[in-house]
Design a protein around this ligand. Structure first.
Ligand SMILES: Cc1ncc(COP(=O)(O)O)c(C=O)c1O
Length: 286
C-alpha cells in the first residue's frame, strides 16, 4: 500500500472484515501508513459492526457503515452512516480544498477553519446532503434504531454460529476450502484478538470441489438460506458471486476479488446452528 501512494492519493479505503472472503485487515499497520502519507484512512466497518471492531481506536479517520446489513439486521431498509474521528488535519496539505479553501456556494466559508474537528460532518450535511439528497426516511431510521437495540445479542450468535458452521464445512468431502478468519487454518487468525476481539464476524466464502456448476446447484438446493445479495440479516443468506454480483468480471478479476467460480458466499444468521448444518449437508449431497 505504501508503494502505491503518490501525490494524487487522497485517502486509503479498506474494510475491517473484507466482503466476500471475511479476511481481517491489519488496521493499525495501515493507519500508520496513512498517517505517514498525510492522508485519511477510511474504514468500511459494515461486516464487523462497532460491536466487533472499533476502527477509530486503531487509527481510522472516518468509519462508514452500510446500515442495510447487521446494524438493522433484517434487510428491510437501505441506509448508511459516517462516523468521523475528528482527528484529521484537512488543512495540512492542498489535497482537500473543499474543506480547507473557501466554499463559493457558502459565501466563501472555509469548513475546516470554521468547524474544526466537525468540518467533514458539516460539509457532508451542508454540501453532500444538499446536492445529492440521500436523506434517510423516518420509517427506515425507526427500523434501524430498533435493530441496533439487539445488535450485541445478534452479533454474539452470528459469531458462534459462523465458527461452528465454518469448522463443519471445512471437514466436508465436497469442500476444498473455507475462508473464515476464525478457523485455525486462516492466515488472518492472529489478527482477531487485536482487531475483532469478540470474533471474526459471520461472513465468509466456501470453495466447492465441483466448481461453478456445483456452486449454482448448491445455492438452488438450500432451503433455510435465502438466495439474496444482501449480507448481515438475522436469517442466513447465500450467493454465488461468479454467476451474480461478480459476473461482469473476468475469471482473473473474480479470483482476485475472492469470488472465483468455485466460491459461494455465506452470511450466517442467528438460526439454530444444527438446523443450518443439516440444510448445508443436504444441499452439498445433492
Ligand atoms: C461491506 C459493504 N459496505 C457497503 C455496502 C453498501 O451498502 P448499501 O447497499 O447499504 O449502500 C455493501 C453492500 O453490499 C457492503 O457489502
Amino acid at each position: 500500500m505504501k508503494a502505491a501512494i503518490d501525490d494524487d492519493t487522497r485517502a486509503i479505503f479498506c474494510e475491517t472484515i473484507a466482503n466476500p472472503g471475511g479476511y481481517i485487515t491489519d488496521l493499525d499497520a495501515i493507519a500508520e501508513i496513512a498517517e505517514g502519507a498525510g492522508i485519511p484512512l477510511i474504514v468500511d466497518n459494515t461486516t464487523a459492526t462497532p460491536y466487533l471492531c472499533r476502527p477509530i481506536e486503531h487509527g481510522a479517520t472516518l468509519v462508514v457503515h452500510s446500515l442495510t446489513k447487521y446494524m438493522t439486521g433484517n434487510g428491510t431498509v437501505t441506509g448508511g452512516a459516517i462516523v468521523d474521528s475528528g482527528k484529521f488535519d484537512w488543512s495540512a496539505s492542498d489535497k482537500f480544498p473543499s474543506l480547507s479553501q473557501p466554499e463559493p456556494a457558502y459565501h466563501g466559508l472555509k469548513f475546516h477553519e470554521t468547524f474544526g474537528p466537525a468540518a467533514f460532518m458539516f460539509h457532508g450535511i451542508a454540501v453532500g446532503l444538499r446536492d445529492l439528497g440521500m436523506t434517510l426516511n423516518p420509517q427506515a431510521a425507526h427500523y434501524t434504531l430498533m435493530g441496533i437495540e439487539t445488535l450485541s445479542m445478534r452479533m454474539d450468535k452470528h459469531v458462534a454460529n459462523a465458527k461452528k458452521i465454518a469448522a463443519w464445512l471445512e471437514g466436508h468431502d465436497a469442500v476444498s476450502g473455507v475462508t473464515y478468519a476464525g478457523l485455525d487454518s486462516s492466515p488472518y487468525k492472529d489478527r482477531i484478538p487485536k482487531i475483532c476481539p469478540k470474533g471474526a464476524g459471520a461472513l465468509f466464502t466456501v470453495q466447492l470441489k465441483g466448481g461453478y456448476e456445483a456452486c449454482t446447484k448448491f445455492v438452488g438446493g438450500l432451503n433455510l438460506f435465502s438466495h439474496v445479495a444482501n449480507l448481515g440479516d438475522a436469517r442466513s443468506l447465500v450467493i454465488h458471486p461468479a454467476s451474480t454480483t461478480h459476473r461482469q468480471l473476468t475469471e482473473e478479476q473474480q479470483i482476485a476479488a475472492g469470488a472465483a467460480p468455485n466460491t459461494v458466499r455465506l452470511s450466517i444468521g442467528i438460526e439454530d446452528a444444527d438446523d443450518l448444518i443439516a440444510d448445508l449437508d443436504q444441499a452439498l449431497k445433492a
